[in-house]
Write a protein that binds this ligand. Structure first.
Ligand code: ABU
Length: 368
């Protein structure tokens, strides 16, 4: 084993040197299952469909992901890619069967890098239970090369029906009811066992900020607290989001002291104190440039703010998101436009389709 540090990343904005970028190969629209159905909007074109996505859409998404990877490499950032598996196969455990899997375009949902550790999340959809396998070859390599790297896996959940609230099984709930449920923190996932997706976690050095919503429950947040003993773990909620999964189209740190927050999903006053009492500014993000997500896409138009920060002065923004780019430019950032909209349907935006391996910098306490 050589004595080198491969894995190191403590926050979302220090200079990025090594990253995983997802692939679109073989991505499927997953078959109906409780947690997924709760997220698919009631008027979505995805309702009732499942199976492999078409070759032309996969090729286009891969072209954009390859271009993004090449651009990062030209800037001196090392890029690794996952090993897709056959996502069209049926999977099962003793507790359930799923007709298809999902894909490996969004590594951010699965892998949480905290310092020298990469933690595989529990995940909360059955179709995503085995997704970690796509990243195992890379994690094994990092583990072999870096004697200090910690490869951890959170306890695999059983994901029986007891994990999901039946109230969410209807496709006629309506936005008003959904907003009331979000306000009441009544989400599709129950407290049967710890559940979390890695994309519900934001890293601020010693503090981890975790969204409680559809994909992460309170037991999942408690598990993270017990696991990251040297960190402070904070649960946050965003009333105003009828489909609360993943924090990274809602609350986006840009650099030390500055966060953009989705104006439809504002962080409640009480929860802002952590940041504002420590001199951080939370400003409303710009509006998305689109009124609708692209076809067959799970995510909202707020992927506009799903940006990838390369360092505290440089940020990648999706090319068509001109209002978000303009706002970040005015805030003094160098904005790199990256075309990715035709890959959104495969699992998200520029932050979703990446996972940190190495950012320069050390563990800091931003909220002493
Ligand atoms: N994976 C991020 C999606 C969040 C959203 O749909 O707004």
């Amino acid at each position: 084993m050589s004595e080198k540090t491969v894995v190191n990343s403590w926050n979302e904005w220090d200079p990025l040197k090594h990253v995983i970028v997802g692939k679109a190969d073989g991505t499927c629209i997953p078959a109906p299952e409780p947690a997924l159905d709760a997220k698919v909007p009631e008027d979505s074109d995805m309702r009732g469909q499942f199976g492999p996505r078409t070759k032309d859409t996969v090729d286009k998404a891969n072209e954009l992901l390859d271009n993004f990877s090449n651009m990062l490499e030209k800037r001196g950032i090392k890029v690794d890619r996952p090993d897709p598996i056959d996502f069209s196969q049926k999977t099962s455990t003793p507790d359930w069967e799923a007709e298809t899997m999902f894909g490996c375009m969004p590594p951010r949902d699965v892998l949480l890098t905290v310092g020298s550790e990469i933690l595989e999340a529990t995940m909360s959809y059955r179709c995503r239970w085995f997704e970690y396998l796509c990243y195992r070859p890379l994690l094994q390599k990092y583990y072999n090369e870096d004697p200090n790297m910690r490869h951890e896996s959170a306890p695999k959940p059983r994901l029986t029906d007891a994990d999901y609230r039946k109230d969410y099984l209807s496709d006629k709930i309506g936005i008003q009811k959904r907003l009331e449920w979000t306000e009441d923190k009544f989400f599709v996932t129950t407290e049967e066992e710890p559940l979390f997706d890695a994309a519900d976690v934001l890293r601020f050095g010693k503090d981890l900020v975790v969204q409680h919503g559809f994909t992460t429950n309170l037991k999942g947040i408690d598990w993270l607290k017990r696991h990251f003993k040297d960190h402070r773990v904070h649960a946050v909620n965003f009333p105003g989001d009828p489909y609360p999964i993943h924090i990274d189209a809602t609350f986006t740190p840009i650099k030390e002291g500055l966060i953009i927050n989705n104006p439809q999903r504002r962080l409640p006053k009480e929860q802002r104190k952590l940041f504002e009492n420590n001199g951080w500014e939370i400003i409303d993000s710009a509006q998305p440039a689109h009124n609708e997500p692209p076809p067959l896409c799970y995510s909202s138009t707020w992927l506009s703010m799903n940006v990838l920060v390369l360092d505290p002065k440089t940020v990648c923004v999706e090319k068509s998101e001109v209002y978000q780019a303009e706002q970040l430019d005015k805030l003094g950032m160098e904005v790199i436009p990256v075309e990715l909209r035709d890959a959104y349907a495969f699992g998200g935006g520029l932050h979703c389709c990446t996972a940190d391996v190495y950012r320069e910098g050390e563990l800091k306490d931003y909220f002493p």
